[in-house]
Design a protein around this ligand. Structure first.
Ligand code: IPM
Ligand code: MN
Length: 358
């Protein structure tokens, strides 16, 4: 997208506190656009638990093709207390990831100034790495089934599927990203479990070795996932960029989320980096039903998701400006990143970030 064009954003506020935090992200977008000289247009979609309870559909026919027309999707949260677990996650979030082929899940783990981490003695300069999680394969692909269901002999399978194409495009993107990030470490760590998953993760390992030959300027490193969990807690400063499989990526990014101050802060991008691809950006906090409508939930993660959207949709300067403003607010204003303990309401935090844009 050239900077002259209008940025077209589909907004799915979703469930619970999703719409509240999305609103603050959009408020910041509205404030930063004139400062950086770009135009945008938003279109709301009412997908989520309420719509599902009313109509029985998670994504109506034609919705995915409609969303494809946008430059990006901004998502608040999915998850509704009256909808069984898995329905909205699979029918909405995973369905969009798969159908839009958003094969990168990008999860920065960065401790902002003033934000508390549970790791004793660790400072913002110690916690600053990025996880690149494959987002379309592995145990998430939905391959499996039951035999003799609901009998004492029941068998269930849930198959991890890995393809050369799937891991290669993710690994290559991660090398490119590490190069672009240009951290002094210049290191990409493959996180897998090659000592046990000797077929699937052997494919990842061999592919990683092959692609690494094209990136001699980057140190190609490897950790088993269990060791990585220990290392993330003991020596987070070791990491620059991690590339990993979908299931392990899901788990270690929540560990990463708590290291950076919790779900009020952590944001993720579901990225289809191919030409014409539509990517989706979201705060990681979930729908937090008990805080809904109280104006106490932390919108920082949603604002960070908006910054990521801008960074990857042709407005990198605007994205950086938002991140700088967020760090000013966490560093000098907010008392805590926990819902209800921020020292400000949801809308006030949004206002503070807008003011800090300068
Ligand atoms: C995430 C979430 C999702 C996942 C859930 C909500 C399906 O935990 O984005 O990390 O497992 O990918
Ligand atoms: Mn997760």
């Amino acid at each position: 997208m050239s900077p002259k064009d209008t940025l077209k954003i589909a907004v799915i506020g979703g469930d619970g506190t999703g719409p509240e935090v999305a609103r603050e992200g959009l408020k910041v977008l509205e404030a930063v656009a004139p400062l950086e000289g770009f135009k945008f247009e938003t279109t709301d979609f009412d997908f989520g638990g309420e719509r599902y309870l009313r109509t029985g559909e998670t994504l109506p026919a034609g919705a995915v093709d409609e969303l494809r027309k946008f430059d990006a999707i901004f998502l608040g949260a999915v998850g509704h207390p009256d909808v069984a677990p898995g329905i909205l996650e699979k029918g909405l979030l995973l369905e969009l990831r798969f159908q839009l082929d958003q094969y990168i899940n990008l999860r920065p783990v960065k401790l902002f100034p003033g934000v508390e981490t549970p790791l004793a003695g660790k400072k913002p300069e110690d916690i600053d790495f990025v996880v690149v999680r494959e987002n379309t394969e592995d145990m998430y692909c939905g391959t499996g089934g039951w035999l003799k269901k609901n009998t004492p002999d029941e068998v269930a399978t849930q198959t991890a599927v890995y393809t050369r194409k799937g891991c290669e495009r993710c690994i290559r993107w991660a090398f490119e990203y590490t190069r672009k990030r240009n951290n002094p470490k210049k290191m990409l760590t493959l996180v897998a479990k090659t000592n046990v998953l000797t077929y699937g993760h052997d494919l990842w390992w061999r592919t990683f070795q092959d692609v690494a030959k094209e990136y001699k300027d980057i140190k190609a490193d490897y950790n088993h996932v269990d060791a990585c969990c220990m290392w993330m807690v003991k020596n987070p400063e070791y990491y620059d960029v991690i590339v990993t499989t979908n299931m392990f990526g899901d788990i270690i990014t929540d560990l990463g989320g708590i290291l950076q101050g919790g779900m009020g802060v952590a944001a993720g991008g579901n990225i289809n980096p191919d030409k014409g691809g539509t990517s989706m950006y979201e705060p990681m906090g979930g729908s937090a039903p008990k805080y809904t409508g109280k104006n106490v939930i932390n919108p920082i993660a949603a604002i960070n998701a908006m910054a990521m959207l801008l960074e990857h949709t042709g407005q990198a300067k605007a994205g950086q400006r938002v991140l700088n403003a967020v760090q000013q607010v966490t560093g000098t204003k907010m008392k805590s990143q926990a819902a209800g303990k921020m020292g400000y309401s949801t809308t006030e935090v949004g206002d503070l970030v807008c003011k800090a844009l300068g």
